[in-house]
Design a protein around this ligand. Structure first.
Ligand SMILES: [Fe+2]
Length: 358
């Protein structure tokens, strides 16, 4: 076996071409997010160079973390939404055997249908009304009401409970109240860059177990089987207990990002005592709250879309729509990427771009 030079990345980073440079945009903040006020995804799909445009969009998402399409994307079908989500990963080097995520509890009889009354195993439906009665067996878990609500628990990356978690997620909001229900994304790249070198080394040595036992209990109580496989041959059965690196390398950009270590899908930091586990998770959450310039916030409007990279962002929903009139409904598709890894030859985003440290 030949030796690999120390500074060679496991995957060569991709750089965007110019195929979507004609689209009007504004960056949501200097650190994270890009909003396209007028672009139509349908036009990208119908362009002669559709694949080139989708590839450049995918790389842009991996660099900016999240993009918003503000103009209502009413003319886009669910099949086209799924196709775009799948192609973003396919065109940027995801394992060829992987595809769209399948929700583990798709067989639940209370599964929420889409607006036309149908269901799709690759589509996760968001419905603020129907969610109240969904998965009745998952409610009233022991201890659920023993603490006041902590919205810090909302921060997560999609499908972290899978051996191969999500790469891209694409959420289209069909209807939304005039206020409330915002979604926030935080840049994992920049959070990594805000950590001192000794703490970076420490975090890089950690992994987190991301267990989600509630899927098994919901299936057992509901008398149905979990869906398998779920977007990858490695996402099967009832395991739902992977161990993921707290810092991972984005395969598309080659930059290090904070990945696991906080929120509802992280059950424990591996190999540390429980008081150390609490300290580390509080520290990661504090990183987010003391660096709110790393956050892009989406106030949803009808038909608007967000597409994000789960590799380099965490996101949090804002559960405040019960305070206003109106139902919030949306449909989400997610792709499944590779097994997360930390490439020792990779660097943070600022170092890679020759930017000064924060
Ligand atoms: Fe999510």
């Amino acid at each position: 076996m030949g030796s690999i030079p120390m500074n060679t990345l496991i995957r060569e980073p991709l750089r965007a071409g110019k195929s979507i440079n004609h689209l009007e945009y504004v960056d949501v903040t200097p650190i994270i997010g890009r909003e396209y006020p007028t672009a139509k995804l349908k036009d990208m799909l119908e362009a002669l160079n559709a694949d080139e445009q989708l590839r450049d969009l995918a790389i842009t998402i991996c660099e900016r973390g999240v993009v918003f399409f503000r103009a209502p994307q009413d003319d886009l079908s669910v099949e086209e939404q799924k196709y775009i989500t799948d192609m973003l990963g396919k065109l940027t080097g995801r394992p060829p055997e992987n595809g769209l995520h399948v929700h583990p509890l798709y067989n639940d009889p209370n599964n929420i249908p889409m607006a036309d009354g149908t269901t799709d195993k690759n589509i996760y439906v968001i419905n603020s009304e129907a969610a109240k009665k969904l998965y009745a067996t998952m409610k009233n878990r022991p201890g659920a009401a023993s603490e006041p609500r902590d919205l810090g628990r909302e921060w997560h990356s999609d499908s972290l409970f899978e051996n191969c978690p999500s790469d891209f997620s694409f959420l289209r909001m069909e209807s939304t109240p005039p206020a409330g229900g915002d979604t926030l994304w935080v840049s994992g790249y920049e959070l990594y860059d805000r950590v001192s070198p000794p703490f970076r080394k420490f975090l890089e040595s950690l992994t987190a177990t991301c267990a989600q036992p509630v899927f098994r209990s919901a299936c057992e109580a509901g008398g149905y089987d979990v869906m398998s496989p779920r977007g990858s041959p490695l996402n099967v059965g009832y395991e739902f207990e992977p161990s993921h690196p707290v810092i991972r390398t984005h395969p598309v950009t080659g930059w290090k990002s904070l990945f696991a270590g906080v929120g509802l899908h992280v059950s424990r930091i591996d190999g540390v005592y429980s008081f150390e586990d609490a300290l580390i998770r509080d520290y990661v959450l504090r990183l987010i709250t003391r660096n709110h310039d790393c956050i892009a916030r989406m106030h949803w409007t009808r038909g608007a879309c967000a597409i994000w990279s789960n590799v380099c962002t965490l996101h949090a929903a804002t559960p405040d729509t019960h305070l206003v009139e109106g139902i919030r409904t949306g449909v989400r598709a997610s792709g499944i990427g590779e097994v997360p890894y930390l490439d020792p030859a990779s660097t943070g985003r600022r170092e890679a771009l020759g930017m000064p440290q924060f």
